[in-house]
Structure formats: structure tokens, C-alpha cells
Design a protein around this ligand. Structure first.
Ligand SMILES: C[S@@+](CC[C@H](N)C(=O)[O-])C[C@H]1O[C@@H](n2cnc3c(N)ncnc32)[C@H](O)[C@@H]1O
Length: 293
């Protein structure tokens, strides 16, 4: 199994070797582009989401999302991979970290709309995967989800068939691939889509755990803040004008304006709506009902 130095060495030739395996429809990367596109399309159902990518590598998927304006956070243990990804996403929050250790504090303090991971988690065995995924579920906003694209199989039989077809010496026995039928009972809400003969996309969303822990979900019980009810403008003299349904309702200046901007930095769309709701006080007073919806 490759360690971070191994991935450092692979980094420069990584995209090319993935493309070759993909083009030939061979294990391990058959279906790679379709896997990434499937995840990209799932994320695009939500505007301005905040995303954490585990093992982002050269940033093939996250760069596309970054260019579309999504807020990107990521962890990877290979410095070389990070360097390549940072060239493409200068403002993304990319941390060097080994995910077999505890998550960095900086990450633990955040909430994300999506936690994604492609072709990285097969370095964990099945029980490590379940433990890690449960930790990641705690990082999700209400309605958030984990989306994993990786070498994976709907059944153990499909896994064994792929291994046999690969032939002696071509299969990596040190990696642990997802087998959906063996994982599905460990999570409340889990779906799987087989994309190629050796890859698929898993979606995990455990609403039960998260809704009780997510403060914003408790406040926004009717999901009003899923829509863009609040917007704001920053004036040249650093004043903030917050509007509710297009009507200006609050002005912040001085320290309050600075604090507001700091809170908004790296917040998800839902968190931003909540911050603006709190700043105006409108939401608490129940004015959100005012438009008859
Ligand atoms: C096969 S690459 C996948 C890269 C990218 N997600 C993609 O789909 O092309 C695996 C990535 O996971 C990272 N990785 C593997 N094990 C890791 C670990 N224990 N902690 C952090 N990153 C890890 C590697 O450095 C590498 O960048």
C-alpha cells in the first residue's frame, strides 16, 4: 500500500496513468470520469455548497467545483498532490493530513453540505471505513451527504469476478474495496450506483444523527433558509446592507460589519442564511412568514 511518499512520486504522472486505465476500461480506473461526473451532478443540485474532499489528489473533481464557485476544503497526506491541487485552487483550504489519524481540529469545527472522496478510502479496511464514515457524518449540515466514488461492487460475487478477470498479479490485495451489500446495514440512509465493472458511487446521509446535533437545523425547522431569503451588499465604506426578500432590513457598520464578514467567510449557503437571519433579528420574530409561504 502506498504511503504519502509513494503518492508524492506518483503525483506528476497520476492524471495520465488514470486516463490510460480509464480509456482501456480496465481495473482499477474503468469508469473514472463517469464516477466523477456522477458526483459532480449530485452536488450541482445545490447552489453554493461547502464541500470537504478526502484525498483530493491532483484535484480533478474539486477544481471543477472550485471553478463553479463552491467552497472547497480538503485533506490529503501527499505534499506533492497538495502542491499540484493548490496551483489550480489558490483559495481552497487544503490541509496536509493523514485520514487514518483523528481529523484536524480545523475540520472538526466546520459543517459541510457534502463530504466527498474519490479513490482514496479503499486504504481503510471495512471496520475502519465504518468508523471513519460515522465521524464524517457528524460534519454534515442538515440534508448534507457523503458521496464516495471508488473501486466498488454491489455484491461480493461481483468483487470476486472482477478479481478473477484481472488475473494474477494485476489485482491489488492490499486494498479494501467497498462491497455495498456488506456495508448497507451499517447506515440509516445509504444508496449505491454501479458505474463500471469495478467502480461505483455510494451516497450516505444519516439524517437521524445530524438533525439532533445541527443547531441551524433546530432553528430553521421549516427549512425556510434553504431558499435565498436573505442577501447582503458591502459598501465602499465597509457597511453591510442586509435585505430580506430584496427589501433592505438591517445595516451593520464598524466592528459588527467586520465580525459579520468573518463569520460569512467559508460558511455554507445555509449557514450564511442563518447568520443573516440572526443579524437582522427578523427570523426570530417570525417575520419569515410574512410572504405568505
Ligand atoms: C488514487 S488518489 C485519488 C485522487 C483523487 N481523489 C482522484 O479521484 O483522482 C488517492 C489520494 O488519496 C490520498 N491518500 C491516500 N491515503 C491517504 C491517507 N491515509 N490520508 C490522506 N490522504 C490519503 C493520496 O495522497 C492521493 O492523493
Amino acid at each position: 500500500m502506498l504511503d504519502n511518499k509513494g503518492f508524492d512520486l506518483w503525483a506528476d504522472g497520476y492524471d495520465e496513468s488514470v486516463n490510460l486505465s480509464e480509456q482501456d476500461n480496465d481495473y482499477p480506473f474503468a469508469g473514472y470520469k463517469d464516477v466523477l461526473n456522477t458526483i459532480y451532478n449530485k452536488i450541482h443540485s445545490k447552489n453554493r455548497a461547502k464541500i470537504l474532499d478526502i484525498g483530493f489528489g491532483t484535484g480533478v473533481l474539486t477544481k471543477k467545483l472550485y471553478d463553479d464557485g463552491y467552497k472547497i476544503w480538503g485533506i490529503d497526506f501527499s505534499q506533492k498532490m497538495i502542491d499540484i491541487a493548490r496551483e489550480k485552487m489558490s483559495k481552497a483550504k487544503l490541509l496536509q493530513h493523514d485520514f487514518t489519524n483523528e481529523l484536524p481540529e480545523e475540520i472538526e469545527d466546520q459543517k459541510f453540505d457534502f463530504v466527498i472522496s474519490t479513490y482514496a478510502l479503499h486504504h481503510l479496511n471495512d471496520s475502519e471505513k465504518i468508523e471513519f464514515l460515522n465521524k464524517l457524518l457528524k460534519l454534515l449540515n442538515d440534508k448534507g451527504m457523503i458521496i464516495i466514488g471508488d473501486i466498488s461492487f454491489e455484491t461480493r460475487q461481483m468483487h470476486d469476478k472482477c478479481k478473477e478477470d484481472c488475473g494474477e498479479g494485476n489485482w491489488d490485495d492490499e486494498e479494501f474495496y467497498f462491497v455495498y451489500e456488506e456495508l448497507k446495514n451499517s447506515f440509516n440512509k445509504i444508496e449505491y450506483e454501479q458505474i463500471s465493472h469495478c467502480a461505483g458511487v455510494l451516497t450516505i446521509a444519516d439524517c437521524k444523527n445530524n438533525s439532533s446535533e445541527d443547531a441551524s437545523a433546530r432553528i430553521d425547522k421549516r427549512n425556510i433558509l434553504d431558499d435565498e431569503v436573505f442577501t447582503y451588499k458591502l459598501s465602499k465604506d465597509k457597511k453591510i446592507f442586509i435585505s430580506w426578500h430584496g427589501k433592505q432590513v438591517t445595516t451593520l457598520s464598524g466592528k459588527k460589519s467586520e465580525e459579520f464578514l468573518k463569520k460569512m467567510e467559508n460558511s455554507s449557503f445555509h449557514e450564511m442564511q442563518l447568520i443573516m437571519a440572526k443579524a437582522t433579528g427578523n427570523f426570530k420574530r417570525g417575520n419569515e412568514k410574512g410572504r405568505g409561504n
